[in-house]
Design a protein around this ligand. Structure first.
Ligand code: 13P
Length: 281
C-alpha cells in the first residue's frame, strides 16, 4: 500500500529501521519495491527534486503508486532534501506521500519558521514531513556541505525544533556524511541515545548511509533510528554494473538496452535486500 511515514513508523514499531533508498531513474522503482516485497519489509523510495524533474512528477508518482497499491508491503515516496517550499508544495499536490524540508543551513529560527509552513501544508493533505537540525556534510545531488561546516545536532535544538514544527521525522547529524563511500567518521551513539530520549515520537533519520559498516547499520536500527537513507552506493553500483556489462566479453549490448540495464537493476535489488536485512530487528 501507498503510505506516509507516520503510518509506516507506527506499523513498523519494534521491528527496526525502514530503509530509504534514493532512486535516480525510473528503472530503479520496481527493482527497489520488489526486493522489499520479497523480504516482506516496508520501503521508502526517495528522490531529489532533480530526479523528480528528470522523470517528471506525474509519471513517477503514478508508477510508484501503481506498484505500491498492488503490493503486499507499505511503500512511501519521499522528496529528499529540498530547500524550495514552492517545489515541496508541488510535490505534495502531485502526490508524494512524504517530503523533507531542509533548512539546516539557515539560522534555527528561520529553519523552524519555514518548516512550520511545510508541515501545515503537508499535514492538511495527509503527507508526512521530515526536517533537519544540525548539518550533515558531504555532497548530495550537487548540494555540497563542507566537512567543516557539518555540525552535530544539539539535543536542545532538536527538541525545540521538533516541538515547534510538529515534524514527523527528523534528520540528525551524529557523525555520518553524504556520499562517502569508504570508512565513515565514528558514529556518536551517546548523542543518538540523548536525542532518542528527548524526541519521543519524532522518528529519527540517519542520512549518509553509504559506507556505514554493517555492524553500525544493525546497531543504529537497534538503538532507535527509524529511517536510514542510502543513496550513493546505489548510484555508484548502477554505473559500475552498466559499464562492466558493456565491456564484458560475449555481451552484445546493442541488441537490446535491457542487456545493460537488467544486471544493474538486479544489483539495486541486491543492495536493497542487504540493507533492509541489516535494518530488521
Ligand atoms: P549516501 O549517499 O551517503 O548514502 O546518503 C544518502 C542520503 O542521506 C540521502 O539523503
Amino acid at each position: 500500500m501507498y503510505k506516509n511515514l507516520i503510518e509506516m513508523f507506527k506499523e513498523n514499531e519494534g521491528k527496526g529501521a525502514i530503509g530509504s533508498f534514493n532512486l535516480h531513474c525510473f528503472e530503479m522503482v520496481p527493482a527497489m519495491i520488489k526486493a522489499a516485497e520479497k523480504l516482506n519489509v516496508p520501503v521508502i523510495l526517495q528522490t531529489s527534486l532533480g530526479t523528480a524533474e528528470y522523470i517528471g512528477f506525474e509519471p513517477l508518482i503514478a508508477a510508484v503508486k501503481a506498484i505500491a497499491e498492488t503490493s503486499s508491503i507499505n511503500v512511501a515516496l519521499h522528496m529528499d532534501h529540498c530547500k524550495d517550499i514552492d517545489a515541496l508544495k508541488r510535490a505534495i499536490d502531485y502526490g508524494y506521500s512524504s517530503v523533507m524540508y531542509d533548512g539546516s543551513a539557515l539560522p534555527l529560527e528561520e529553519n523552524i519558521a519555514n518548516t512550520k509552513i511545510v508541515v501545515e501544508y503537508a499535514h492538511g493533505k495527509g503527507v508526512s514531513v521530515e526536517g533537519e537540525v544540525g548539518s550533515i556534510g558531504g555532497a548530495e545531488d550537487g548540494v555540497v556541505v563542507d566537512k567543516d561546516a557539518a555540525m552535530y545536532t544539539k539535543p536542545e535544538d532538536a527538541l525545540r525544533f521538533a516541538s515547534e514544527t510538529g515534524v514527523d521525522a527528523l534528520a540528525v547529524s551524529i557523525g555520518t556524511t553524504h556520499g562517502q563511500y569508504k570508512s565513515k567518521a565514528k558514529i556518536n551513539y551517546e548523542l543518538l541515545e540523548e536525542l532518542k530520549a528527548k524526541l519521543g515520537d519524532t522518528g529519527l533519520v540517519l542520512h549518509g548511509g553509504t559506507g556505514v559498516s554493517d555492524e553500525d547499520m544493525r546497531r543504529l536500527a537497534r538503538e532507535g533510528m527509524k529511517k536510514i537513507n542510502v543513496g550513493t552506493e546505489l548510484n555508484k553500483s548502477y554505473i559500475e554494473v552498466v559499464s562492466k556489462t558493456f565491456t564484458a566479453e560475449g555481451v552484445t549490448p546493442l541488441t537490446s538496452l535491457r542487456t545493460l540495464l537488467g544486471p544493474a537493476n538486479d544489483r539495486i535489488a541486491e543492495i536493497v535486500t542487504e540493507k533492509a536485512t541489516l535494518f530488521r530487528l
